[in-house]
Design a protein around this ligand. Structure first.
Ligand code: VG1
Ligand code: CO
Length: 541
């Protein structure tokens, strides 16, 4: 087997976004595209010689071919060992756990997460570091620099590795260890939660529907929820990972998980519903007749955490991304613990978790997680909810009503305008920036602006600063609107408008109705219709 050096040249636009490099699949399949980026990762991390890596993906189209390239390039780079999930499967949280458990140098996760897959869908590559977490901005910046200077890459000439057989093989001088993608993760979950209590909940007739959306979580959910915990067979639906996710959009929200929502709001609803995204790091929680916003879910988990064995000693602190509602802040205040506000994207939680400043973290986009790994973790959130329900023996609706009575309710919604012209999106953001200084004190409809700024984050652990992380406009009384451009889209620009309204008394309004004054103020301040050319958002969650 020979290592060959292939001449190449920089390819434009290989800049990692909120979560790795994401492009249309045909772009990734283009000549040298994947190879250039992998070589740039090796350069950015100082080479992989003598290192152990973890590799796996969410099962989407091109996953296994890409893994073969990564393996041959790891071998060419002198890596000692690569641990890879059977059939190329590893959910993002399972990969994070394996990196930590096996003390690997890092890992490559092949996924574009919630973006659709298939020959005309999206593909993506993420690098996670030795703490199991997404590469921080300082490292992704180095990767991007390396893509701009690349002249060659090195790859081993070899046949494909057999990814279907468990056990060890060799690729040149490198060991390739094919592992069961579920086993270690399931064991970790069992160490955190009270499986006996959850099993007895199911034994008493508690019903569940888990929609894996034809993505990576299916095998994990079947093994844990059905096989170990005794949820009825068939509770996990769409549980086989498909290369095109069944032509679906594996984004666990009320729009893309419509079937689950319809079931949960209908007469035959089970007690509990949940869904997960492409790579298994996000979750949607629904009770019978009630959708739980991810921001509320984070707050409810934090408020009830001590019933879970792993968190029985209390939480060190909570972190939430800036656009996430302040519901968790109210819980942190009551518990007397710190609450951190970070930019969007899980990479910003890593330092806080590593430093022991926080125990649980969450994002409004349905990512929730804790210090058990360094990624958000969809199934973990589902098990957390089930553990709380098993301990308290109340329904999701009762739990949320109790929560809102105690803390008040942060009504919340996100309006997305997808695939809009980049110029319009930039003009909208520039227009807002120009107005920021004049906004405080002005009255918009019935709301008075109390504060307006562009969010910048100073990491309290390593002192790094991240600017341009979204424009936030606060109103008197706790209402807020945030404007931000997505960093995961692959077509044009996506504008996200995050809306929040705090009501200490009224618990049961429809969110869009409660938020109507904030929605009107957002339009009046930003001119969304004029800049996007759209009458209404494409997706409301
Ligand atoms: C989106 C979400 C963000 C999340 C990111 C990656 O980013 O808003 O909260 O961390 O996706 O999640 P953006 O830049 O498009 O708003 V995943 O599950 O796609 O790895
Ligand atoms: Co994801």
């Amino acid at each position: 087997m020979n290592i060959v050096t292939v001449n190449t040249q920089p390819i434009d636009g290989q800049k990692p976004g909120t979560s790795g490099l994401r492009k249309r699949t045909p772009v990734f399949q283009g000549r040298h595209y994947l190879e250039n980026f992998i070589q740039a990762i090796w350069t950015a991390v100082g080479g992989v010689e003598g290192r152990t890596l973890v590799v796996g993906g969410d099962g989407r189209y091109f996953n296994t071919q890409a893994i073969q390239v990564v393996l041959r390039m790891a071998a060419a780079g002198g890596a000692t060992r690569v641990i890879v999930g059977q059939d190329g499967i590893l959910s993002t949280p399972a990969a994070s756990h394996l990196i930590r458990k096996r003390k690997a140098f890092g890992g490559i996760i092949l996924s574009a997460s919630h973006n659709p897959g298939g020959p005309d869908g999206d593909f993506g590559v993420k690098f996670n570091a030795s703490n199991g977490g997404p590469a921080p901005e300082s490292l992704t910046a180095k990767m991007f620099e390396a893509t701009k200077a690349i002249t060659e890459y090195r790859i081993l000439e070899a046949h494909d590795v057999d990814l279907s057989t468990l056990g060890e093989q060799s690729l040149g001088t490198m060991a390739v260890e094919v592992v069961d993608p579920v086993a270690d993760y399931a064991e970790l979950m069992e160490s955190l939660f009270d499986f006996e209590a959850i099993a007895s909940l199911f034994a008493d007739g508690f019903t569940l529907r888990f929609d894996a959306m034809h993505a990576v979580t299916g095998p994990y959910a079947r093994a844990i929820l059905e096989d170990r915990l005794g949820a009825a067979r068939g509770s996990v639906v769409n549980g086989t990972p498909l290369p095109d996710f069944g032509q679906g959009h594996p984004d666990p929200n009320p729009i893309w998980a419509r079937d689950l929502m319809d079931l949960m709001m209908g007469p035959d609803a089970p007690d509990f519903g949940a869904a997960s995204d492409g790579d298994g790091d996000r979750n949607m929680i629904v009770g019978r007749g009630i959708y739980v916003t991810p921001s509320d879910s984070l707050a409810a988990l934090a408020a009830n955490a001590t019933v879970v064995p792993a968190y029985a000693g209390g939480l060190k602190g909570i972190a939430r991304s800036m656009p996430t509602s302040a519901a968790a802040d109210r819980v942190a205040e009551k518990l007397g613990i710190a609450c951190y506000e970070t930019p969007t994207g899980w990479k910003f939680f890593g330092n806080l978790l590593d430093a022991g400043r926080v125990t649980i973290c969450g994002e409004e986009s349905a990512g929730t997680g804790s210090d058990h790994v360094r990624e958000k973790d969809g199934l973990w959130a589902v098990l957390f909810w089930l553990n709380i329900l098993a301990a308290k023996r109340i329904s999701v609706a009762e739990l949320m009503e109790e929560h809102w009575r105690t803390y008040g309710r942060n009504y919340y919604s996100r309006h997305d305008y997808e695939g809009i012209p980049t110029e319009g999106a930039n003009a909208l953001m520039d227009g807002l920036r120009a107005k920021l200084a004049d906004l405080p004190g002005t009255k918009v409809g019935g709301l008075v602006v109390s504060q307006a700024d562009e969010f910048a984050y100073d990491d309290p652990v390593d002192g790094s600063r991240s600017e341009g992380q979204g424009i936030r406009i606060h109103f008197d009384g706790g209402a807020r609107v945030v404007f931000r451009l997505s960093g995961t889209g692959t077509e044009g620009a996506t504008l996200r408008v995050y809306l929040e309204f705090f009501d200490p008394v009224t618990m049961t309004m429809d969110a869009q109705v409660a938020l109507a004054p904030v929605i009107a103020a957002a339009e009046a301040i930003a001119g969304i219709k004029a800049h996007t050319g759209r009458d209404a958002p494409d997706v409301i969650t």
